[in-house]
Design a protein around this ligand. Sequence first.
Ligand SMILES: O=C(O)CCC(=O)C(=O)O
Ligand SMILES: [Fe+2]
Length: 542
Amino acid sequence: MLFWKLFTLLKCANSQRATSFDQMETLLKFEENLLEKLMRKLEEKTEKLAFLEEKVAKMQKERETHGSQHLSHPVNQFKLIRRFSSDWHDISDRLESQSPESDLIGEIKPLTSKVQETKSAEIAENGILRLQETYFLPAAELQQGLTQFYEAEESQKLPQLTPKDCFDIGRRAYLNAGSMRVVHDWMKLALQNADKSKDYELMIDALDHLAYAKSQIGDQRGALMIYNKLRKLAPDENRYEQNINYYGRKWVQRATGETDEEGMEYSNLSTRSADYKPEREETEYYEKLCRIPNELPREKADTLKCFYWTNNDHPFLVLGPVKAEELWDEPEIIRFYEIITDEELDIINKQARPKSNLATVQDPITGKLVNADYRISESAWLPANTDSAQDEKLRQFRKRISIITGLTMERAEDIQYSNYGIGGQYEPHYDMSTENDAGKFDEEDGNRIATWLTYLNEPKHGGDTVFLGPGIKAEPIHKSAVFWYNLLRDGSCDYRTRHAACPVLIGQKTVSNIWFHERGEEFSRRCLLEQTDKSTLEMFTQ
Ligand SMILES: O=C(O)CCC(=O)C(=O)O
Ligand SMILES: [Fe+2]
């Protein structure tokens, strides 16, 4: 429109072959208007450029922390997810769809949508909270990048959580109706650093949550002081005024002893919802086992054996006996060392990744679906039933396990591969189906008589398998496997085998399971009328 007007004006000026002062004035005005508009466009572009440059710098800085060990750090895993749930999302919003930039939008969008669909940011926040709860980590320790687990010289290179990260983690704890102490600590951290960056919106949000958390943990005075501050910062929000009156009254009641309310809730570190209570006791025990070192009393340790296993001089094992260690005797839990070759490991990893039910995202380069390994734990089944050389190797691996355990592979399940993500864990469970289970294994195969659990790699911290019955744990040692019977000799469930996988704190954890079933084991494991549980031990001492 403007162009049209200018055009007619110029035409007119041209036809008169003279330029009157009036026309020049009008032209000058037009020019002023044009300049203003152009400047606004330039400002928008500069602002957009600055925004994109800032994002690039932030993301590059985040990607550089902790060198080749980058993804072994839970904070880096967390930040990667957040980049796709927030930064890349914001970037694609700023790029222009009717321009060459649209190609880039096309590449970003599928990834950000996938992260959103799979609720990955929420899973990541909960992962951080789970690590905090299980390993008793102060929020500040996580914010600083878990310095206690690294040498001093490494600590400069560790990733740190931003005020917004801290706010979102605290907000997640709040939404989970978790411990208000935890909410309190995260909000305080968010504020300490938001103060420096002068992010007022974030400050107000964090103060609001902090005041609420304070009121819930019994600090009415603290809540009141924050609401007073909020009233000054955001005078239009009348909720603060109401809260000031409310908490003011509460504080007076408390000071004058007119209240019968519960006091502080300072000791509870739970980040789980309040309706979690029934399992709480077991969960606390499991978390404690995850936290404490695996120390057996001397007398007990002395009774447990370490030996080279040949399974009654089986020719295969006589040539290469397997180093074995009794982790517990009743029920028998045995660890076998070096039971998988690098080649077999490679094959399992290669086959499992594209197949697994892990949240998949599109690889922007190949366009293929690839795994997002940050889920709590996801799995894939490897049937090894083709004529390929790879499957032949996997069958060899199964055969080796069959020889070691003396159990037939005929009724055993396919190899199951599992991969743990941020704070990845597996809560207490039995591998066999129990009387109370809705679903049972079919009669033809029978129940899961035994478990063979191979550790495909070794996380740096966390990820132990804990056995709640005996109160012991197996550390995930690379290439080793743990074996136990889930059923007693009379076929009933051995409830002492309840076990769980602790959250992975630092590093990566992948395991593979093979479950044996009852049928076909009548000769390898004689059924007895009594429940005697010296089953495996007998096998090892024959
Ligand atoms: O990963 C672990 O340590 C245990 C896994 C487990 O118990 C299972 O997959 O059933
Ligand atoms: Fe299990």
